[in-house]
Design a protein around this ligand. Structure first.
Ligand code: FMN
Length: 178
């Protein structure tokens, strides 16, 4: 079958990268969570993470002001809560309470970790030069937590319009990699 032209507006659906995460922030005693799928690794160590956060989101204001957040990686059981955090604003509701998520204290940043997520990354904003142009924050992961009981995390990958692919099969090709 011949290929058809794909509208440019749909390109992100092919390339949207690895797992949907929950970004948690805190400022002046209030906490917030938002869903985020537009992120990319930029360096191995110290780990650097590029994140696109819309200026319309409450998280944008909190992150710009506090310069700290946690990036929490949920598995498929949390899918409905993730979508909830991605469709409501922390300006109006307390998302930890509304979605029954647990805020646990971080070691190095004031933003809380989302306990139910199998991995939590404590992050600081290390470069905000691209925020004005692209809404892109560069985060450094300063502390990382992982649940050793979760051997094969079934992470969520957004394919657009509320469709998610759940990570499944594992291919081990280590011997073929440089
Ligand atoms: C699966 C999913 C992925 C999302 N990815 C992003 C993203 O990468 N960047 C972004 O700015 N918003 C993203 N959003 C939208 C925000 O999560 C949404 O605007 C949220 O309501 C912001 O909350 P806040 O105002 O409390 O910060 C995503 C939403 C969903 C459901």
């Amino acid at each position: 079958m011949p290929k058809r032209s794909l509208p440019l507006s749909q390109v992100y659906r092919l390339l949207e990268p690895g797992p949907v995460v929950l970004v948690a922030t805190a400022r002046a005693g209030r906490t917030n969570i938002m869903a985020m799928s537009w992120h990319m690794m930029m360096e191995f160590e110290p780990p650097l993470l590029g994140c696109i956060i819309s200026g319309r989101n409450h998280t944008f204001d909190l992150l710009l002001a506090s310069r700290e957040c946690t990036v929490n990686i949920p598995t498929s059981e949390l899918a409905k809560k993730v979508v909830g955090c991605g469709n409501t604003s922390g300006r109006k509701i307390d998302k930890f309470r509304t979605f029954g998520l647990t805020a646990s204290a971080s070691a190095l940043v004031r933003a809380p970790r989302v306990e139910e997520c199998y991995a939590n990354l404590e992050c600081r904003v290390v470069d905000a030069k691209m925020v004005a142009r692209y809404n892109m924050f560069v985060l450094e992961v300063v502390k990382a937590w992982i649940d050793p009981a979760v051997k094969r995390p079934r992470t969520l990958h957004h394919a657009g319009r509320g469709v998610f692919v759940i990570a499944g099969e594992t291919l081990r090709l280590r011997s073929r990699m440089k």
